[in-house]
Write a protein that binds this ligand. Sequence first.
Ligand code: HEC
Length: 151
Amino acid sequence: MPRRRLRHSIAAFCGFLCAATLPAALPSLVQAQAAVTPTDSAAAAAARQVALGEQWFRSACLECHAARGLDNADFRLKWGGRSALDLFALIRSTMPDGKPGSLTPGTYAAIVSYLMTVNGMPVGARRLSTDSSTLMSIRLAFPAKSSPTNR
Ligand code: HEC
């Protein structure tokens, strides 16, 4: 086999392998992080959204929010009872500080779903929408005392 063709088929094989192993790896990652067992595809998608939000939070937010975080009693006191739209809109219009609006609406929604979860809300039955009226209908309700796993 000529060298070029050999390299090509190795690349094709790797592409196949990655495509085959990645989806299998994701659910276990999500379960470890969110401690949920998705029972249907909508719930699984919601759990994946939270995991994605965590990744984005780490890469776009943590540099500034590491020290104090956004998973504390002050945050819950300030945002509890308000709508998911309030939080989504504030983050989208002001964050990351210095680069507001630089992420996609879907990424902001994922980050909001992550922030809801780390503050003690259960992972939703479906993905958090980017639609304003849907977000407005979702109330942020945090448990009075968060469990140790939610800090
Ligand atoms: C360059 C630094 C920086 C980055 C990056 C950054 N923030 Fe902020 N953020 C701040 C500062 C400064 C404040 C205002 C001070 C405060 O209230 O903590 C703030 C405030 C906030 C608040 C309001 C806090 C509250 O108590 O209501 C939220 C929510 C927030 N940021 C979310 C995010 C998210 C989500 C990201 C990533 C997409 C992000 N921030 C990235 C610096 C940053």
